[in-house]
Design a protein around this ligand. Structure first.
Ligand code: MN
Length: 302
């Protein structure tokens, strides 16, 4: 992760220097109306009269999505345009890289700066994570959880139950970037498609057989799936939609470890069809390309 950040910062710096090398060219005076005349209507050409180049550029990108085409007799104009484009694209690139650096550094939990920061749940201090309890008051029980030997109650429409062990259950997990869960499955029970916005997941099958899968992002949407037996382990990369299904005739049990103290769970169906307030049905009709009856019916389930 740190290597990646160093790499991104290096890229950002080179984007800056590339950008500044074009500043001199940008000082040139040029003629926007003739630059746009190759594809502009007369009214558009007159639009550019008296406008500065940034306004004209913004207009051109908005209306035509591009700059004037390069040709020999407009060399100067195109050079200006190109340099402007490069500057703008460099600035966008820089912003994207900075944003990516931030995202990358937040993709899993931050490294701790002390031995521990046991969560002080009653603290009024609002921080990224939870405020630290006075280290002198910390006890063994702050790092302790009991009960994962007990199966979760799978009497629900999905036939599965997740028992989480995150910073919410174990205050000592605060700032440590790790969590655990036990998952129980009835025969043919499913842990429905969901994602963890802050964690990758590694799942070990303790009992039974599970079909597991995740789907890569657009445009491939590649479905990676496998049937696991007792003792098998499978990884779900951070952010990707994944699921499990018990394909055996007996109950199945798995333990999942996650790379965040608070991985978060976004269950696709609940988020899309069960949000409060709800997402307008006509949006979902178009998004899923089905009739409104279908959307309204699914909404009643979540
Ligand atoms: Mn999961």
């Amino acid at each position: 992760m740190k290597l990646l950040l160093v790499f991104l910062h290096a890229l950002s710096s080179s984007a800056w220097s590339l950008g500044s090398s074009f500043h001199a060219v940008n000082e040139r005076v040029f003629d926007w109306p003739s630059a746009w005349s190759e594809f502009s209507s007369t009214s558009e050409v007159s639009f550019f009269d008296g406008r500065d180049d940034r306004e004209a550029l913004a207009y051109g990108m908005r209306m035509h999505g591009r700059a004037p085409r390069h040709n020999a007799h407009r060399h100067e104009i195109c050079e200006f345009r190109l340099s402007n484009m490069l500057n703008i694209s460099n600035n966008i690139l820089l912003l994207a890289l900075v944003a990516l650096s931030v995202i990358a550094s937040l993709a899993s939990d931050q490294s701790p700066l002390q031995d521990f920061c046991v969560a002080e749940k009653t603290s009024p201090v609002v921080v990224n994570g939870l405020a630290c309890k006075d280290p002198k008051l910390v006890q063994a029980d702050d790092f302790f959880f009991s009960g994962l030997e007990t199966a979760g109650n799978t009497s629900n429409p999905f036939g599965s139950k997740v028992t989480p062990v995150t910073a919410a259950q174990v205050p000592g997990l605060n700032t440590l970037g790790i969590a655990l869960a036990r998952v129980d499955y009835e025969p043919w029970g499913i842990n429905p498609p969901h994602t963890h916005p802050r964690a990758s997941e590694i799942l070990a099958v303790l009992e039974g057989s599970l079909q597991v899968g995740f789907v890569t992002s657009n445009p491939e949407n590649l479905h990676i799936t496998k049937v696991l037996q007792k003792g098998d382990v499978f990884v779900f990369p951070i952010g990707l939609v994944h699921y499990q299904r018990n394909v055996g005739t007996t109950k199945a049990v798995a333990i999942a470890a996650l790379s965040s103290q608070n991985p978060g769970v976004i269950t696709i169906a609940n988020a899309v069809f069960g949000s409060k307030p709800e997402i307008a049905s006509d949006i979902l009709v178009k998004a899923f390309q089905v009739n409104k009856d279908v959307v309204d019916y699914i909404k009643t389930k979540f």
